[in-house]
Write a new protein. Structure first.
Lengths: 346, 598
């Protein structure tokens, strides 16, 4: 029987083509924010969750809704508020009375919460209490929820996109570092420039535009995620990722002075894993079957920025996590010094 | 089992990568060798410069060998720091901009994995290497510092061809390092004369002979040629040796005895000069004073001198000053002999009264009054002349007169004198006897010194000889004890204004009551300038506490020797004789003492 499995090259080409189509479909609704869209796709392809951070009204929620429209995945949204209960996220067993049983003989029936969606938008995640946040974050990690002592697996692909507002911190519950670590990427949503804003105004103040067409099926998403795992990484690239993450710890031997001064805790093992996975997604989106140093460098900021805990001195000096990551990229060499010097022609 | 295509990609990649790797490594090694040669030649140029400066002209071209050595070191260094395959793959990726395709493919080729992605990467890497421009991926060969090589070669060549710098002037010789050659250094013969001197004991005899022998050897060495400083050092050693042999009456062992002995001489005014000489530790002067006392006509003076000598010897022995006691005993024995000689001369002269010249008569008076050895010699000569002019009849009458004198003075003259006078009276009877008598008179006039005085005189003479030898070598001699005048080597006369005549030269002290003939003036000092002068304030103002005979309670080079308060402040018991008690080498003590000797 002939082998109908497409070749690797075909799958690679198809992945690139699909991602381009997806970006184009999103671009029909979202103006600009190419980098944000790109990074959200890294998260989707790498099988991780993404935390979107930006000021109100920058299109975070719209982006997620548009993405879910492009994917043939079940979408659900949870608006996090301080009175939101964990069961509001996970669902609960409700007593259902049987009409024929005449007053005796009821049964519990599971009412699934919004977490059972495939693309879950956790809006304003930092407004819910830690207990509720914890219910979501457990599901993110385990891809399963436990209700009334019974474990319920979540349907794959399972992709959480959370948003948070860096201003209006009054009455919020900032996510602890351990829970932030569950997000593969933390994407900063920038303020659109004049051209982008003009285009947004033109699009949103006229006739409503319909939802974009579905581009990817569930199977396509699973295939992309599987292909991402197949992308090859050379040992020097892995070592580079490891060196970057190691140097983010202030007590590390190779830590730059800024890290020693401004960082309290650096990224951990999960950070390094996330760095490589995200780099693989980048390589895949660029149609490569292997990771380059540049891929690691490109993903370093969104992967590490929420995993680096600044010290009091760092915060007081106004040193941002992005500055620290930039410093790390400048200090940690990709190649041995002699090789780098020769490559530069010196 | 690997798919055929995969194997083909793998093999193709390995082949092309090996080719690139070899080229990269070759150039890498060559670059290091050039670097080594450059720095080696630079080092060689510095070496050539050094050789040129050191005037080692013939070695200059060989400095280029350092460059060859440097190239070898560079090549070895390159071998040691050889790039790994991964390094080369990273280098190729960086040069070709291939996003780590070659590096990933190398890992895939080495792992042997058959994953589809790796096969794809291998295929891409083959494509990248196949399209790669060999010239583009060549590592750089030349560096800025490689310019050192031709510059250094030029420098070495230049330094090898130019003339050597002029030879440096030889360093100046150290002071005294110049060699001297003197056939017969004046002064050394006086040290050699120590061999004939009689020591206190056989051990001292041996030491004196050894000093004389050393002086002889030094004279021979100087005749052959010797470094001046070495010669001066030898002379200084000889002088130290001589100083060590001199009798030290004032040292710790003899001091108490000396003090006691001096008190024995304080009973009679006629013994004052002798006491002073003994107090100064000058045995020669003391001997001369004893000679004068023995020559004197006054019996009481002589008796007092004898009693003082006996008492002093006894006291000195009691205080443990054995050497001093022996010296005083010897002086006592000699005193009798001298006294007898003086008696003979005096009695004979008395017998010759009337036949003597006026000058001889004056000498006789002077001899009886002062006991001066000069008067003794003069009297002896006068007696000889008087004897020559006597007729046989007169000689007979003289003999008779002498017999009568002996009978008249029975009991006064010593038995030894009587015997001698009888012999002399007998000799007057014949011509041959007269000649023998004249000879006897000459012998009597010769001064007879004690052994200690002779030795001290000889040692003093030897020391002055050493001083003269030092001057002969152009050095300034250090004043030594008993060295009366460093400039002349002769004793300076006594203080101005003293009209005494016929005395021996004094010691130069202003308190000296010497009787030298100086007509109220001292001769000019032969020294070029005043070398040193100790002016202790010991005698300023009131007499010092417990001072005896005008001597200070402390001597030059020593510490206090009496307990109590004086000009210098309070001297406590522990400070008395501190220098003597201190653990200071004798040689050094002597040098310091000599330096501070006024």
């Amino acid at each position: 029987m002939p082998d109908t499995t497409p070749s690797f090259e075909a799958r690679l080409a198809q992945a690139r083509d699909t991602s381009l189509r997806l970006k184009r479909a999103i671009a029909q609704v979202i103006v600009g924010q190419d980098a944000v869209v790109e990074q959200v796709l890294w998260g989707l392809i790498a099988g991780g969750h993404v935390l979107l951070e930006g000021n109100p009204g920058l299109g975070k929620t719209l982006l997620v809704r548009t993405l879910s429209s492009c994917l043939d995945l079940r979408f659900s949204r949870i608006q996090f508020t301080p009175d939101l209960m964990p069961s509001d996220v996970t669902g609960t067993n409700v007593l259902v009375m049987d009409a024929g049983a005449a007053g005796h003989g009821g049964r519990f029936e599971l009412h699934r919460g919004p977490i059972f969606g495939q693309v879950v938008l956790a809006d304003e995640i930092n407004r819910a209490t830690p207990k509720t946040q914890s219910a979501l974050l457990e599901a993110m990690q385990e891809h399963a929820v436990t209700i009334a002592g019974r474990r319920h697996a979540l349907e794959e692909p399972f992709f959480v996109l959370a948003t948070e507002n860096p201003i209006e911190m009054e009455g919020t519950y900032p996510l602890p570092e351990a829970q932030l670590d569950r997000f593969l990427l933390k994407v900063s949503v920038p303020i659109p420039n004049e051209d982008e804003l003009t285009e947004i105004l033109a699009r949103t103040t006229g006739k409503p535009v319909g939802d974009p067409a579905r581009v990817l099926s569930q199977e396509d998403v699973r295939s992309l995620q599987a292909l991402c795992r197949e992308v090859a990484v050379a040992e020097p690239v892995l070592r580079y990722a490891a060196r970057l993450v190691s140097a983010s710890a202030p007590d590390a031997k190779d830590a730059p002075p800024l890290v020693r001064r401004a960082v309290r805790f650096g990224a951990g093992v999960r950070g390094a894993q996330s760095l490589v996975l995200a780099a693989k997604a980048v390589a895949l989106l660029e149609g490569r079957a292997h990771v380059a140093f540049a891929d690691v460098q490109k993903t370093a900021a969104p992967v590490l920025r929420h995993r680096i805990l600044r010290s009091f001195e760092g915060e007081a000096d106004g040193v941002s996590c992005d500055q620290i990551v930039h410093e790390l990229l400048g200090v940690v060499p990709t190649r041995p010094e002699a090789v780098e010097r020769a490559a530069q022609g010196g | 089992m690997a798919a055929p295509a995969d194997t083909e990609f793998r093999r193709a990649f390995q082949g092309s990568f090996a080719g690139f790797a070899a080229r990269v490594r070759r150039r890498h090694a060559l670059r290091h060798a050039l670097t080594g040669a450059g720095f080696g030649l630079a080092l060689g140029a510095l070496g050539a410069l050094g050789l040129w400066a050191l005037r080692l002209g013939e070695l200059r071209p060989f400095a280029a060998c350092v460059g060859v050595f440097g190239a070898l070191v560079g090549a070895l260094w390159a071998g040691k720091r050889r790039w790994s395959d991964t390094d080369i793959a990273l280098y190729l990726d960086a040069r070709l901009g291939s996003s780590e395709t070659v590096t990933t493919a190398l890992g895939a080729a080495l792992s042997g994995s058959q994953e589809a992605a790796l096969s794809h990467v291998l295929e891409q890497a083959n494509d990248v290497l196949g399209k790669a421009d060999a010239a583009r991926v060549k590592p750089p060969l030349w560096a800025r510092w490689h310019a050192l090589a031709p510059l250094s070669v030029a420098a070495i060549a230049t330094l090898s061809l130019i003339a050597l710098p002029p030879a440096p002037k030889p360093a100046a010789q150290a002071p005294g390092a110049d060699s001297v050659r003197i056939e017969n250094l004046k002064g050394l013969e006086r040290i050699e004369a120590l061999a004939a001197l009689r020591g206190q004991n056989p051990e001292q005899d041996a030491r004196l002979k050894k000093l004389a022998e050393q002086a002889r050897k030094l004279r021979e060495s100087l005749a052959k040629g010797l470094e001046k400083r070495e010669a001066l050092s030898e002379i200084a050693k000889l002088r130290d040796g001589i100083a060590a042999e001199r009798l030290k009456l004032g040292d710790q062992q003899n001091r108490a005895g000396l003090e006691a002995a001096l008190s024995a001489f304080g009973t009679n005014k006629s013994l004052q000069q002798a006491q002073k000489a003994l107090g100064n530790g000058d045995l020669t002067a003391f001997d001369e004073e004893m000679q004068k006392l023995a020559n004197r006509a006054e019996v009481s003076d002589r008796r007092a001198a004898k009693e003082a000598l006996e008492e002093a010897a006894k006291e000195a022995r009691a205080k443990g000053a054995k050497g001093l006691a022996e010296a005083l005993d010897a002086q006592r024995r000699l005193f009798d002999k001298r006294e007898a000689h003086a008696d003979v001369l005096r009695e004979f002269a008395q017998a010759m009264r009337g036949k003597l010249s006026a000058e001889a008569e004056q000498d006789l008076k002077e001899f009886g009054r002062s006991g001066s050895p000069r008067a003794e010699q003069s009297l002896s000569k006068g007696l000889e002349q008087a004897l020559e002019g006597l007729t046989p009849a007169e000689r007979k009458r003289l003999a008779e007169r002498m017999q009568k004198q002996l009978q008249d003075n029975d009991g006064e003259a010593s038995p030894m004198s009587k015997q001698q006078l009888e012999d002399m009276a007998k000799k007057l009877s014949s011509e041959a006897g007269v000649e023998a008598l004249q000879e006897q008179l000459r012998e009597l006039a010769k001064p007879e010194q004690s052994d200690d005085a002779q030795r001290e005189r000889g040692l003093g003479d030897a020391d002055r000889g050493g001083s003269a030898a030092e001057r002969g070598l152009g050095a300034v001699p250090i004043p030594m004890s008993g060295d009366p005048d460093p400039g002349t080597g002769q004793g300076t006369p006594g203080s101005p204004g003293n009209t005494d005549k016929g005395g021996t030269p004094g010691t130069g002290s202003e308190h000296d009551k010497g009787t030298a003939e100086h007509q109220g003036l001292t001769p000019p000092v032969a020294g070029k300038e005043l070398r040193s002068k100790a002016e202790p304030r010991l005698m300023a103002g009131a007499p010092m506490h417990g001072a005896t005979l005008g001597r200070a309670p402390a001597r030059a080079g020593e510490t206090a020797n009496q307990v109590g308060a004086g000009t210098l402040g309070e001297a406590r018991q522990t400070e008395v004789g501190a220098v003597d008690h201190a653990d200071i080498p004798e040689e050094y003590r002597e040098q310091v003492g000599r330096y501070f000797e006024p």
